[in-house]
Design a binder for this molecule. Structure first.
Ligand SMILES: [Zn+2]
Length: 638
């Protein structure tokens, strides 16, 4: 096989560095990592200088696993782990096993306590049981998605390992065209918003950065990226990278598996879970609307089994000549700026698709410092000179004022909101306003996808802003667990809420284009004392847009054929300051603060006039080459 020479070389080095008593039984590629299976793995675990030196020499990440023959039985292992942790007063939720790679998975509310100082407890467990311990967090709010992904990974461990080994062989193939030029082809999301997809081709490898769908497309040929272009060939694809979970960046991923893609999908852990949730919902809606299903649940499952998750800052080989690193994008939880280091550093390009260059309640602002950077691809959703948004503080004060006035009149507040991102941001703001007595304490209701997205968010506190992490880890004070929040489970509950005491209701969709927000709106609109607050962009043609633009009488269907006029008497407000995108000012500041300053700026992800307008402004601010190319164009990086 073509990869043997590299693995053989690595094996030679390993045998040179590792003491003979380690008794190595095999060495395998598992994705980008080199896995050493040994009969005495503790020798390597006790003295980590051996592994450090080895990793430096072979320039690969190494993982040490035990040979199956030396592992204790699962029952014995469980008993030993329980007794080690019981002695220290550490609580755990579950212990499960992955025999294919010899991992014992310990689930706990507080993973840090299980790990111990300098991973001392993990080393003790590994030494006594010969299983490699992996600690995962029990989400403080139960999440169906997190649970089912963990189940799938456990049940299909063998086929997942096969995938990783095949991916590893491909990553470590001997390169042939290492000095080729680097080209980026615009497959989607150029001079438009939606269906983002970029094809990166080096002489040696082919990588797809984002694979989105345009959910709001009116014509079928605008909905999907341009995979019909001759540059795209699914069989030559080495890797797919997903910047964040929104469907305009991730919705196409399962299609790729449907059409035969068999390689890795790289993303962060929260993005994996959130994109699966959104893809399943996308299928669900297509089915309810009687549309042709774009792909099936089994394509989504294939995507899960091929996904490799990476944390921010973790550098990974994804092809013989390409290294990938994710950096915080500040847009939604898990969102990343994608940095590619190509051909031993001759080209460094970053994709800043959706990003927020300002601190929000939930996230720190987007990263601007990179080891090297020659080209940046950046969004321009709010790229027009008019797109300067009110400050967060101003927006929060306005939100507080509207909520306070409504509740004091005995009314209820409806906030139509997107499930992922804005919903959690607004929850944290409302929680803080209530805690500081800026608004009266009333129940806050959420349901469906908002509750699920919130549960997923609580499973990954490491990805939240520094201040929120401090609160959760050190003060033990998680805003999402506040007693004001209530999860609505049934239709009867909805009726009680609309007929009940003053409250705040957060419901999808954000534009009243379907979902429970429409139900609440119909029930609440005709009462003067109630309020509706729009906190996100209202798309053309949506009910939300009509109301924001002043419509006060709209026809609604009461029974099958009858319609009646709904008189909107409730207070209607719109607050624009809570977006997860950078406004015009922040976009230009980001461009100026990039370090090192790139030679070339490619402006994407905005309506045509916004891309072009922002390109001119960034050229003025940075004195560098800026372009806003159309879909279908191929750019040569130099
Ligand atoms: Zn987005």
């Amino acid at each position: 096989m073509a990869t043997q020479p590299i693995l053989e070389e690595i094996k030679e080095k390993i045998f040179e560095f590792v003491p003979r008593e380690t008794d190595i039984s095999s060495v395998e590629f598992e994705g980008a990592e080199v896995a050493i299976y040994a009969r005495n793995p503790q020798i390597l675990l006790e003295d980590d200088s051996i592994l450090k030196n080895l990793a430096r020499t072979i320039r690969k990440r190494i993982v040490v696993r035990s040979d199956p023959a030396v592992r204790l039985s699962e029952d014995e292992t469980k008993k030993i782990i329980e007794s080690i942790l019981r002695e220290e007063g550490v609580e755990i939720t579950d212990i499960s096993f992955d025999p294919t790679i010899g991992e014992v998975i310990i689930e706990a509310d507080k993973p840090g306590a299980v790990i111990g100082k300098d991973a001392s407890r993990l080393r003790e467990i590994a030494a006594k049981t010969k299983w490699r311990p992996r600690v995962i967090r029990t989400p403080p709010i139960e999440s169906k998605i997190v649970k089912s992904i963990r189940n799938i990974l456990a049940m299909e461990s063998k086929s997942r390992l096969d995938n990783l080994r095949r991916i590893g062989q491909r990553i470590h193939r001997p390169p042939i065209f290492i000095d080729g030029e680097v080209r980026i082809t615009a497959l989607g999301g150029y001079l438009e918003v939606g269906r983002t997809a970029n094809l990166v081709q080096t002489g040696e490898s082919t990588i797809l950065v984002d694979a989105g769908v345009n959910v709001g497309a009116t014509k079928a040929n605008n909905a999907l990226p341009r995979f019909d272009l001759p540059e795209f060939d699914i069989d030559s694809l080495d890797a797919v990278i997903v910047s964040h979970a929104h469907l305009d960046h991730s919705g196409f991923v399962p299609y790729l598996f449907k059409y035969g893609y068999d390689g890795p999908v790289y993303t962060t852990p929260p993005t994996r879970d959130l994109m699966i949730m959104l893809q399943l919902d996308y299928l669900d809606i297509a089915e309810k609307e009687g549309k042709l299903l774009p792909y099936s649940q089994s394509d989504i499952k294939e995507a899960i089994l091929h996904t490799v998750t990476l944390n921010y800052g973790e550098v990974t080989d994804i092809a013989p000549d390409v290294r990938l690193t994710f950096y915080n994008a500040g847009h939604i939880i898990g969102s990343a700026i994608v940095h590619l280091h190509i051909g031993d550093g001759r080209f460094n390009v970053a994709f800043a698709h959706d990003f927020k260059y300002a601190k929000t309640r939930l996230l720190d602002r987007a990263n601007t410092k990179y080891p090297r950077l020659e080209t940046i691809i950046m969004e321009s959703t709010y790229g027009n000179p008019k797109d300067v948004l009110p400050s967060r503080q101003e927006s929060e004060m306005r939100l507080a004022k509207i909520v306070r006035e409504t509740i004091e009149k005995g009314g209820k507040v409806l906030i139509p909101v997107l499930a992922v991102g804005r919903a959690q941001e607004i929850m944290v703001i409302l929680e803080s306003l209530m805690r500081h007595d800026k608004i009266p304490e009333v129940p806050i209701f959420t349901e469906g996808m908002i509750s699920e997205a919130t549960a997923i968010t609580t499973a990954y506190p490491e990805f939240l802003s520094r201040s929120l992490r401090e609160r959760i880890f050190h003060a033990g004070n998680n805003p999402f667990l506040a007693e004001f929040f209530h999860h609505v489970r049934s239709k009867e509950e909805r009726e009680q809420i609309v007929n009940g005491e003053p409250s705040i209701i957060m419901a999808t969709s954000g534009m009243l284009s379907g979902g429970p927000s429409v139900y609440y709106f119909y029930e609440m609109a005709e009462e003067e004392k109630n309020s509706i607050i729009f906190v996100s962009y209202q798309g053309k043609g949506t009910l939300g847009r009509k109301i924001v633009e002043g419509a006060r009488e709209i026809p609604v269907q009461v029974e099958h054929e009858k319609t009646r006029a709904l008189n909107i008497k409730m207070r209607v407000e719109q607050i624009n300051g809570f977006t997860g995108h950078s406004d015009r000012r922040e976009l230009i500041e980001f461009a100026k603060h990039l370090s090192p300053r790139p030679k070339k700026y490619i402006i994407v992800h905005g309506e045509q006039s916004k891309c072009q307008n922002l390109a001119v402004a960034i050229h003025r601010a940075t004195k560098r080459e800026t372009v806003a190319p159309p879909i279908g164009q191929t750019l040569l990086l130099d």
